[in-house]
Every structure is written in C-alpha cells, then in structure tokens.
Design a protein around this ligand. Structure first.
Ligand code: DO4
Ligand code: MG
Length: 278
C-alpha cells in the first residue's frame, strides 16, 4: 500500500486503484503507529476513485510534513572505499574505516522540510563546490515512538570536495538549500524489505546516460532497526522523522553533476524518484 501527498490532498494506492485518504493532515497521518492498519480500514470502507490523482505533472509533493531528516553514512563497503580515497590527503581516511567497523553508526542531521525537494522537483549543487554527486538511499519513515512505518526513496546530495577536504566540513557538504529529495510517495509497510531489493541510479545529461549503477539491500551492512535504535537514543521526535540509510552507489571520481542533469533513483516496490539539478 502506498501513500502520496499531493496538491489536491492525500491519496492511497492499493492494488492499482486510488483512494482519498480524507482530510487528515499529513503529519497526523504519518505519525500513527497503526498507519498500515488504518489505511487498510479506509480502503475497505471507500470506493476507488475513477481517475489517477497523480497523473498531472507537478501534483506530487514531497512526502514530508514537519519531520526532521537524518542520514546514516558509510553503511556500504562502496561508500567506505570512496570516502577513504577522497579524505586520504587530508589525513581523514582512517575515520571512515573505523566507523564502518564500529558498533555505533555514523548518523548526521540532513535536512529540514524546506530543504527537501519532491518527485520532479529541483535539487541543488553548492555554488562553492566543484565535485558533487547524488546519493540514492533507502529511506525509513519512523514514528514518534520509534516504529518503522514505511519506506521512501531519498537523495542525499553531497559535495565530495568539501567533505574530502576535512571530515569536520561534513555538515556543509550535506546541508544546504535543496540538498535532499524524498519521494515519490511512501510504501507503507512494517515488514522489512527483502535483501534482494535493488536500488538503481541513472543520471541523464543531454539525453544520454552520464552514469548508471545499482546495488541491493544485501550490501547494506547495518539493520534499519539498529540505525533507528541509535538515532532514537536520547532524542525525541514529536513528529517522527525520516532516516536515509546510506549510499551503496558512488559514481567514479571523474564524475560531477552539472546543472540540468536529470537524476533517476529507483527502488523495487517503492518507485522512481526523478529530480533535476537546478
Ligand atoms: O561520512 C560521510 C557521508 C557518508 C554518506 O552520506 C553515505 O555513506 O551515504
Ligand atoms: Mg549518504
């Protein structure tokens, strides 16, 4: 079952049919611990709409209300290797190996809702960066009580030159206007996703693929529930939060994003998030 936030209301997609999720505010919907059961009950009570409410371009809004967005890092071997290389000359390479092996994961604050683009929205590269990449990441929707309610697709836009210059610059490499995208909607399910779930990234420039790559969740070193457990230690999230779980796809060092690039991130069972670099 999927849930979408749009400029004409909230909609449920179930078995290829669409239903209105009523007048409840997005925050009040996506903070319910019983979200999946609640939506199932609604669908059983309602008749399906006779149109697809998502079909107009620009209709889908980012699936976020007033939640904070956090991210985990170095959760895939590919990310560890890329980070160790980029930080070597600054003497920071060792940190990434240590955090990859440690019990405590790397968790960082990623975005406030105003920094988040939705499906078909614009993401940005920092004006003072010259090496920028998208990071395609499975993203968890977590309730105020710490329950994983569902999943969406996240793009953790990153400035690799700034992060590589000094690991202490991480917040500047990661948090800026339109540095994050989420969407298109939420896959509402308390079930863990299969390790065979594929994550794909394609970057289209002037009608050609400038980069494409994929990975599967079997390469994610940490359990989503463990990441949530660490995030919720000594933190309260009155409106729940989103947690990006790290990237397993890193383009080669010769690649940097350009203005106008189209970024497509797909995760089986969730959909495809498309963004354009402004
Ligand atoms: O430690 C730097 C950031 C790591 C990250 O964002 C990732 O692995 O996805
Ligand atoms: Mg990341």
């Amino acid at each position: 079952m999927k849930l979408y936030r749009t400029n004409t209301g909230c909609f449920i997609e179930h078995n290829n049919a669409f239903y209105s999720a009523g007048d409840a505010s997005w925050d009040s919907l996506i903070t319910r611990d019983d979200l999946e059961a609640y939506l199932k009950k609604l669908v059983n009570r309602l008749s399906a709409l006779d149109r697809n409410p998502l079909s107009d371009p620009g209709t889908i809004l980012p699936p976020i209300g007033s939640q904070e967005v956090w991210a985990a890092g170095v959760t895939y071997f590919r990310s560890r290797a890329a980070r160790m290389d980029e930080a070597k000359s600054a003497g920071g390479g060792d940190f990434y190996d240590r955090v990859y092996r440690a019990d405590r994961p790397e968790l960082f604050f990623k975005a406030t809702p105003n920094r988040v683009a939705g499906h078909c929205g614009k993401v940005a590269i920092r004006k003072d960066a010259h090496w920028s990449v998208p990071e395609p990441e499975l993203t968890l929707l977590i309730s105020p009580s710490g329950k994983i309610l569902g999943y969406t697709i996240g793009n953790d836009m990153s400035s690799r030159d700034i992060e590589g210059e000094n690991p202490l610059y991480l917040p500047q490499a990661k948090v800026y206007n339109h540095s994050c995208a989420l969407g298109p909607g939420l896959l509402v399910s308390a079930e863990p996703l299969s390790p065979s779930t594929e994550i794909g990234l394609a970057i289209v420039r002037d009608g050609q693929f400038a980069f494409s790559g994929s990975t599967t969740l079997s390469n994610l070193k940490r359990e989503p529930a463990t990441l949530v457990h660490y995030l919720y230690r000594d933190n309260v999230f009155p409106n729940g939060c989103f947690l990006l779980t790290g990237t397993g796809i890193v383009p080669p060092d010769s690649f940097t994003l350009n203005h106008g690039d189209e970024i497509r991130i797909s995760i089986n069972g969730i959909g495809t998030l498309v963004n354009f670099v402004e």
